[in-house]
Design a protein around this ligand. Structure first.
Ligand SMILES: Cc1ncc(COP(=O)(O)O)c(C=O)c1O
Length: 399
């Protein structure tokens, strides 16, 4: 069932199932990822911010934001995935047992000499490439990063500065940039480290998603006895959303939260695939345009698609104005709630939740009441600082 509202639309999952046949992204997988990340330089759990005054003002129990904008100094959560996948790939290449070694092993000169011969390639809207560049430097490897047409130059420069990669803005859309990277990997014997999966390319994306579980495992620990009733997750290809959702479902089996997947309307590949109703992933054509650069993807990730299709309760496709509202609301909280710097791809869930909380029909649709505990993830900070400043000071890029 599709509901259309001003600036966003909602699809309710007709075939929602709580049955957990096979859970790939569970506690054991998260434990390996978090053990690895804890040994990296600069590791600290990302803060879980309670927006208490907002919760009181809107008549719900709690609203929390896992703020990933400080993660490893990269301004986004993505380094969690790139670094863990690179670790697993290098372990495989060097014949190491990932269960027993950790990053400290990779500080040895003889190991770094071997790593120096390994070159990675990837396509990115920005944040994943920055994580790959940073991880390449950590391990003593190198990388080439391709960005889709329309990418912001400051994000390209940030990728190069973050570590050891060269980055180029291409004329391709995101899917074409991925294909280009894949072809170069085959031609030059580079390793494609891509944060989305397709038939025959699943293992590395799975390891990337395993790495994202660190943020979810930290959140569960930070929440303690509190169980979220509603989780809103933004999606590009849905790798992060699917992994985090499966993990949280496995943690909260007795009281599963209601999961909502949120995308930009122009690049709503999950929304459109669900709407098609045949159970398959569908690819969007053309060069979708949205300020939510990290969410501007045309094909759902095959690894997480079945879980998202079957276990998310709602799918939302939002105009850019929704994330602009979210960015401003995070920057100007009410009362003594903490201000959060949230970029275009980080704030859309908050913008949407604010709209829902203000509307009785929507509150009923999502079953939000006085006992509700809402969990959001701010997945990036001001990764385009100029754009961020303009938006929080009132400018709108909405067409
Ligand atoms: C800031 C930010 N948030 C969310 C996402 C979405 O992640 P996924 O593509 O796994 O859905 C991305 C992806 O690049 C991102 O950069």
């Amino acid at each position: 069932m599709e509901y259309r509202f001003k600036d966003f639309r909602i699809l309710k999952n007709k075939s929602l199932t709580q049955a957990t046949q096979y859970v790939r992204f569970d506690k054991a997988v998260a434990a390996d990822a978090i053990r690895f990340h804890k040994n990296l330089p600069g590791y600290a759990p990302a803060p879980l911010v309670a927006l208490k005054e907002l919760a009181t003002a809107t008549g719900i129990s709690d609203i929390y934001c896992k703020d990933e904008s400080h993660r490893f100094g990269l301004n986004a959560f993505k380094g969690l995935g790139g670094s863990y996948a690179m670790f697993r790939i290098l372990c495989e290449r060097l014949g190491l047992d990932y269960k027993t070694v950790d990053y400290r092993y990779f500080r040895k000169d003889n190991v770094r000499k071997q790593c120096a011969k390994i070159h990675f390639v990837t396509a990115t809207d920005g944040n994943h490439g920055k994580g790959v560049s940073w991880a390449a430097k950590l391990f003593g490897c190198s990388a080439t990063v391709f960005m889709p047409k329309g990418s912001v130059e400051t994000r390209r420069v940030a990728i190069e500065k973050a570590g050891n990669a060269t980055a180029e803005i291409t004329d391709f859309n995101y899917d074409q940039a991925v294909e280009h990277s894949w072809n170069l990997a085959l031609k030059n014997d580079w390793i494609l480290i891509q944060d989305t999966a397709w038939d025959g390319y699943e293992q590395y994306p799975e390891w990337i998603i395993d790495g994202y579980l660190t943020l979810a495992a930290e959140t569960v620990e930070q929440l303690g006895q509190i169980i979220p009733t509603h989780v809103f997750l933004q999606a590009g290809v849905g790798a992060m959303a699917g992994g985090v959702m499966e993990f949280l479902q496995s943690c909260y089996r007795e009281k599963p939260p209601i999961f909502t997947i949120v995308e930009p309307v122009e690049a709503a590949c999950i929304y459109q695939s669900v709407k098609a109703g045949d159970g398959l992933v569908h690819t969007l054509e053309g060069n979708p345009s949205t300020i939510m650069a990290g969410l501007n993807c045309g094909t759902p990730c095959r690894v997480t698609w079945p879980a998202i299709r079957d276990k998310a309760a709602f799918f939302c496709a939002c105009d850019d104005i929704i994330t602009e509202e979210g960015m401003r609301a995070y920057a100007n909280p009410i009362g003594r709630d903490k201000a959060i710097v949230a970029g275009e791809s980080g704030a859309v869930t908050y913008g949407l939740v604010n709209r829902i909380l203000q509307d009785e029909t929507l509150r009923n649709l999502f079953r939000i009441n006085a006992d509700s505990v809402i969990l959001l993830i701010n997945t990036e900070g001001d990764t385009d600082p100029d754009g961020y400043q303009q938006i929080v000071h009132g400018k709108s890029f909405t067409k």
